[in-house]
Write a protein that binds this ligand. Structure first.
Ligand code: DX5
Ligand code: ZN
Length: 212
């Protein structure tokens, strides 16, 4: 369970991190956006460093940026535990993944809803996590695109057929209802922003999602 800080109240960030951790979060999901790869701007390495200094929890950093290779070392230095880069971004994907692992971080590869699994297939033996975007990246609070779960199924089948062990993470529009469909399809890491931070009782909301 990886609550997405994008949906937190940033005017009280330390309390929001504690609320997620007390609620039972396994990871904190950090959405980095550069205004180029997606139509929104969030935060950079300095923000991740603040999170890392003040929390012990695993930081799952999702880079929605055009040049992940250029900024990679700054996010590693900031204390990211897992770094996920997009296959559609402008970089040498294999080389970026190799650098993430060399820094002893968990290497994740993400794909947008319109990108076919075939695009990431050459790298599936080089990753720890596959992030299947279940909405168009950029904003929280959107509805899950049901067709993306077909890709989750395909990714699970491929993993089993090839004896691989990457996590399958879904991100976008995850609620208690869609969590059931996503886990049935094969997802084992759920990112949720609005459904968790927007809940009056985040612990109950998180436990309900974990329960599916
Ligand atoms: C969207 C981000 C998500 C976002 C999910 O581009 O990658 O992590 O925070 O938000 P919800 O759960 O509200 O759809
Ligand atoms: Zn994300």
């Amino acid at each position: 369970m990886a609550p997405s800080l994008l949906a937190a109240d940033w005017s009280r960030l330390p309390e929001e991190c504690s609320r997620a951790i007390r609620a039972g979060a396994d990871w904190l999901h950090c959405d980095v956006m550069d205004g180029h790869f997606v139509d929104n701007i969030t935060f950079g390495p300095q923000f991740v460093e603040c999170l890392s200094k003040t929390n012990d929890i695993f930081l799952d950093v999702h880079l929605m940026i055009e040049r992940p290779d250029h900024y990679l070392s700054r996010f590693i230095k900031a204390g990211a535990d897992g770094i996920t880069v997009h296959v559609e971004a402008a970089h040498d994907v294999g080389e970026t993944l190799r650098r993430i692992r060399a820094a002893r971080c968990q290497a994740g590869l993400a794909l947008r809803p319109e990108t076919a699994l075939a695009e990431v297939r050459p790298y599936l033996d080089q990753i720890d996590l596959l992030l299947v975007m279940t909405v168009v990246p950029g904003f929280g609070g959107q509805a899950l695109i049901p067709e993306t779960l077909e890709k989750v199924r395909e990714a699970r089948e491929y993993r089993e057929a090839h004896g691989l062990s990457y996590h399958i993470e879904v991100d976008g529009g995850i609620t208690q209802e869609t969590a059931a469909a996503a886990t049935a399809a094969g997802a084992n890491v759920l990112v949720a922003g609005s459904a968790l931070f927007g809940a009056a009782d985040m612990g109950a909301a998180l436990a309900a999602m974990r329960g599916v």
